[in-house]
Design a protein around this ligand. Structure first.
Ligand code: HEC
Length: 304
């Protein structure tokens, strides 16, 4: 209360500045949403600092409740004052990191639901930080504590989505103990693997020969970060689902499979894959895919 009575104009200024940042971010992420088109290299260079920057707001935000708790418990007012200062820094760092994240997504040719959700989560987190920072100038009571808790929950959500972008959807939960899994209502690992047939099912032709090949040559453009042609090639289910023009595979019939046509076109053809001027697949790699499709493009056929 005291602070707000003493510096009402300053509070209003902070509030306006923060709202300006937040609305800017909101505008950028809706009007200039990541659309899968790569843009100029300076923007990409700055954007790629995002994975480096993001550790700063994470560390600062986690520090805030620790300082608040210790300060309140032992009546150490210097800690409580530090909490306010750290929350201010954390808010600023979150704003910068979120805007830089948008820059990375927009300029780096990113697209797809995971990217969009991560951006949304980051925007909400920024808004919540600003709200908490502003609230704290008036109260450290329940309302402030609720907002701070929401901040931390959103931080976990945002980081989890960011982790899914860099390490794959199940990175965090793959080896999670069963009990924690059931508390958090996360589906069982083996069941999920069976449904999507990922690399865990190691004795199949798909897991041994096809998945690693796609991972190395295709997933950079057809995976969680980018879904070029609305196509993902990072799971069996996604491959079978196809892209913007529908199915890309006709099991048993190599000649009718769009995927096969794409990888066997001359490298200078616009439709040739891998796109973006990447070197074409080697003859033996093409042969692996051909054999797979001709044998029914199965997820469970053993590698023999
Ligand atoms: C450098 C980025 C890049 C890489 C790497 C890449 N692609 Fe693509 N792919 C694209 C783009 C862009 C499109 C959409 C434009 C088009 O249809 O050509 C596309 C579209 C496709 C389509 C058509 C989807 C549809 O429904 O129209 C297939 C099939 C495909 N890619 C297969 C592959 C395979 C297989 C690989 C790996 C060997 C691969 N791509 C690697 C960029 C890439």
């Amino acid at each position: 209360m005291e602070t707000s009575n003493k510096h009402p104009s300053k509070v209003r200024l902070y509030f306006r500045l923060s709202m300006f940042c937040f609305l800017g971010l909101w505008l950028l992420s809706t009007k200039f949403a990541p659309d899968g088109i790569e843009r100029n290299t300076t923007a990409q260079f700055l954007g790629r600092l995002h994975p480096l920057f993001l550790h700063i707001p994470i560390a600062l935000l986690i520090l805030v409740p620790i300082l608040e708790f210790l300060g309140a418990r032992n009546k150490r007012t210097h800690l409580t004052q530090t909490a306010a200062f750290v929350l201010g820094l954390a808010t600023l760092a979150t704003c910068i990191t979120a805007i830089d994240g948008w820059l990375l997504a927009w300029s780096g040719g990113y697209s797809g639901t995971t990217v969009t959700r991560h951006l949304l989560a980051g925007t909400i987190l920024t808004g919540l930080c600003i709200a908490s920072y502003f609230l704290r100038k008036f109260t450290t009571g329940l309302l402030y504590k609720s907002f701070l808790s929401l901040c931390l929950l959103t931080l976990v959500w945002t980081s989890d989505l960011g982790g899914a972008l860099t390490h794959g959807d199940t990175f965090l939960t793959e080896y999670m103990p069963g009990s924690l899994r059931s508390i958090l209502r996360i589906p069982d690992a083996p069941k999920k693997k069976l449904a999507t047939i990922t690399a865990a099912n190691t004795h199949t032709y798909y897991a041994q020969k096809i998945a690693p090949l796609f991972e190395a040559k295709c997933v950079s453009c057809h995976g969680p970060k980018k879904e070029k042609g609305k196509l993902r090639l990072d799971s069996y289910a996604a491959i079978m689902q196809g892209g913007e023009n529908g199915a890309i595979l006709t099991p048993w019939v190599v000649a009718k499979s769009e995927l096969y046509r794409r990888i066997t076109l001359p490298a200078d053809d616009d439709d040739a894959m891998p796109g973006g001027g990447k070197p074409p697949l080697r003859a033996e790699e093409i042969k692996l895919i051909e054999t797979w499709i001709a044998a029914g493009a199965s997820a469970i056929q053993p590698v023999d």
